[in-house]
Design a protein around this ligand. Structure first.
Ligand code: NAD
Ligand code: UDX
Length: 436
């Protein structure tokens, strides 16, 4: 099938690659010219493992193309996916202005029956809203071209985006139209997906917010528990291991740390809480999930500061800047809160990250960016691990100790073995782990 995708971000491009992988002809449009130029030069303007190679392959096979000509792709394809951003407004609500703009363009240019599929994460009711926006545009053109709007939320994880998009664990299709549902099933026919769920658009929209908020809740629960474990001298990592052995609980998303980041959990939890508040409901659990996350890094830093005596004038190395390993994405990364805190405390800051340094340089030009972990640790009074990149978990910590001025390790991701670190002579502090 010929498929159009509006929005060439993480989701739009990965989805495009997955559709091309399964034999569709995909046309991706974005109103950011620089981005489109990069894709046309076969360069992905962000880091996602395997994506660049896949895009190259499909562009060369003429299964995939990138353009700024949104009108052309709207008119050339029966199915149009919206994968534009839905960032947080200052109130916490989702900003639907990009969705609205893209919907207007569809209404302005569509020439025959279309299925408009919302892949972006959007509040319940947005499928109806998009329908109205398109309807208004058609009315202005005195046209009554038929169309359907569908919700098809995306569940991919950054760092594993390609495998998640090509072989998703679930596909949720929210549609009120049989015709559109049949088209959606045809699109996904070749996908090896064990669970394709068809439901109403509103249910589908809620499934996405509920899923992200639930995963975030698991993390915030463990982070809050870590604070208690810390006081009681209990190891939260052991507690998590023991809890996870219950198959009803499971091991995933139980790792305590310095808080969740990224472009989804922080914004989607806030948006869900806000959706409820607008209906005079307060989602106490979701609000608590957000509140724990807001304060987790600060709680950890205060403990680290106490352990060290003070950060002022000390050489502190931050290892890891991205919101998780295997991405260059620094949106809502805990490292930013850490650097901000250290700057205020007048620490001398060195950092290293395998992929995220260029983005952080723009926000904190005054700190020292190093080319490898050992260089970053040279003369350090303490290291703070903010992201559990392999480069840090597999680092030669014996050699690292020789270059550091003082042997303090503050492991914000519980990524190292406390006993191993102690035996190497380090003063190790994790999240909710008793000192050995
Ligand atoms: P992104 O910011 O990386 O990309 C969005 C793109 O849309 C940008 O390139 C922007 O220029 C483009 N755009 C905006 N308005 C446009 C318009 N009118 N016409 C053409 N292009 C336009 O965003 P993303 O991370 O890909 O996320 C997109 C959506 O998917 C969001 O709703 C997000 O919550 C959701 N989502 C993201 C992830 C993730 O891991 N990033 C996972 C699941 C769902
Ligand atoms: C998330 C969802 O997992 C995905 O389904 C959705 O489509 C988009 O949002 P992503 O943001 O890419 O994916 O990363 P994820 O692996 O979920 O991690 C999010 C944050 O939670 C990271 O900062 C990570 O460090 C943190 N995290 C994760 C924990 O602190 N503890 C855990 O146990 C798991």
């Amino acid at each position: 099938m010929k498929i159009a995708i509006i929005g060439a971000g993480y989701v739009g491009t990965t989805t495009a690659a997955a559709f091309a992988h399964h034999g569709h002809e995909v046309f991706v449009a974005d109103n950011n010219q620089e981005k489109i130029k990069a894709f046309q030069r076969l360069k992905v303007p962000f880091y996602e493992d395997g994506l660049e190679e896949a895009l190259k392959e499909f562009i060369q096979k003429n299964l995939l193309s990138f353009t700024t000509d949104i009108k052309q792709i709207i008119q050339g394809c029966e199915v149009i996916f919206l994968a534009v951003g839905t960032p947080s407004l200052t109130t916490g609500e989702a900003d639907l202005s990009y969705i609205k703009e893209a919907a207007k363009e569809i209404g302005r240019y569509m020439n025959d029956y279309k299925v408009i599929v919302i892949k972006s994460t959007v509040p319940v009711g947005t499928v109806n809203y998009v329908q109205e926006v398109i309807q208004d545009e058609l009315k202005a053109r005195k046209s009554n071209i038929p169309f359907d709007t569908v919700s098809n939320p995306e569940f991919l994880r950054e760092g594993k985006a390609m495998e998640d998009a090509i072989d998703p664990e679930r596909i949720v299709i929210g549609s009120d139209s049989e015709r559109a549902e049949t088209i959606m099933r045809t699109i996904y026919k070749e996908f090896r997906c064990p669970n394709i769920m068809c439901t109403s658009p509103k249910n589908a929209e809620m499934i996405k917010y509920a899923s992200n908020s639930f995963l975030a809740a698991k993390i915030s629960f463990m982070n809050e528990l870590a604070r208690l474990c810390d006081v009681l001298g209990v190891d939260v990592a052991e507690v998590s291991k023991g809890m996870g052995l219950d198959s009803r609980i499971g091991h995933q998303f139980l790792q305590a740390g310095i808080g969740y980041g990224g472009s989804c959990f922080p914004k989607d939890t806030k948006a869900l809480a806000q959706i409820a508040l607008q209906r005079n409901l307060s989602l106490g659990i979701v609000e608590a999930v957000c509140a724990v996350n807001e304060t987790q890094a600060q709680w950890f830093l205060e403990k680290a500061e106490n352990a060290l005596g003070s950060f002022s004038g000390k050489q502190i190395t931050v290892l890891g800047l991205t919101f998780k390993p295997d991405t260059d994405d620094i949106r809502e990364a805990s490292s930013l809160k850490i650097i901000d805190y250290l700057v205020k405390k007048k620490a001398l800051i060195s950092v290293f990250d395998p992929k995220g340094m260029e983005h952080v340089k723009k926000l904190f030009p005054g700190i020292s960016y190093k080319t490898d972990p050992l260089q970053a640790l040279t003369n350090a009074d303490a290291a703070i691990i903010a992201t559990e990149w392999k480069q840090f978990t597999e680092l030669d910590w014996k050699s690292a100790k020789k270059v550091m001025a003082q042997p303090y390790i503050f492991d914000g991701r519980n990524s190292l073995d406390p006993e191993v670190m102690k035996n190497l002579g380090y003063v190790y502090m994790g999240v909710g782990r008793p000192p050995l």
